[in-house]
Write a protein that binds this ligand. Sequence first.
Ligand code: MRU
Length: 352
Amino acid sequence: MIQTLEWTESGVVFIDQTKLPTEEVYVTCTTHQQVADVIRNMVVRGAPAIGVAAAMGIALGVKNSKATNAADLKKDFDQICEAIRQTRPTAVNLFWAIRRMTEKFESLRPRTIAEIRQAQQVMIEESQRMHAEDIAANQAMGRHGATLMPSTGGVLTHCNAGALATAGYGTALGVIRAAVEAGKKIHVYADETRPFLQGSRLTAWELMKDGIPTTVISDNMAGVMMQQGKIGAIVVGADRIAANGDVANKIGTYTVAILAKEHGIPFYVAAPISTVDLATPDGSKIPIEQRNAREVTHIGGRQMTPDGVEIENPAFDVTPAKYIAAIITERGIARAPYKESLSELATPRLPS
Ligand code: MRU
């Protein structure tokens, strides 16, 4: 199984996603600042993976704290969270993870040195629990979503919503994996996903490792693949799902959703409940990260645009809920009207 990120005795170890597919190298972070940097620089990326990385970064920061009293530990904790919070703005899983780690931290209230040591350990364990829960959520999502996949034929995906974008197994690719495990004969069409190439570099890499038939297409080929009848369904991940079902995901997702509508192809989103943001009423309120122009101007270090030309590089777009056939979560499948179905799935349940 691909290890996207892992807590170890020597630090948090990440597979360096900026180097794939040609080099499989690992980076070990020993401080929360280093974790913040690997999130910002996309050594680790993908909403659920960013969430777990944030939790592990916070745990690392708390572990490294030299505080000997509760007030100093709290001061350190707040600084650690702030450093992690400033990394990437769109994937809500980052903020969800900070909130969950904060709730755990607040519940501890250590006073003595011994209690501080114990609290440091509890925070590590909480981040590891989030790692394990994410894999379990993806597997559950896979079981629900596999039923929606065609028994044979092409399924298109955009960006990388696979093992590499999560703690393991994947969201959209988890659905595809589960469908293949259930005996469905799926051929994946992976959009290249300019400018960062998550589709061609990462999705193709991990699907080939699993022996799942895959064709990489450049983003502008998606329409003709649909027109030629090669695509039976589309499944993508999400970085943030607003209360009304609008979905922020990798730039280009919106285009695919519109093409799907025109061709009558179901467009599905697979994401854990931690990606649903009921506090954001609709997609217009989702902050969209703008990234460095160099991601657009250069490919593999080679300049592709004339000096001085203006560049736009929004990392995400918002697909309106009306284009989405269903949202697959670990708790079940939500359908329109999403305001009701998502709030039903996302509201914490009291034990009966
Ligand atoms: O900029 P990235 O690579 O972090 O963007 C990733 C995506 O847009 C994914 O589709 C999304 O995070 C879902 S990952 C399961």
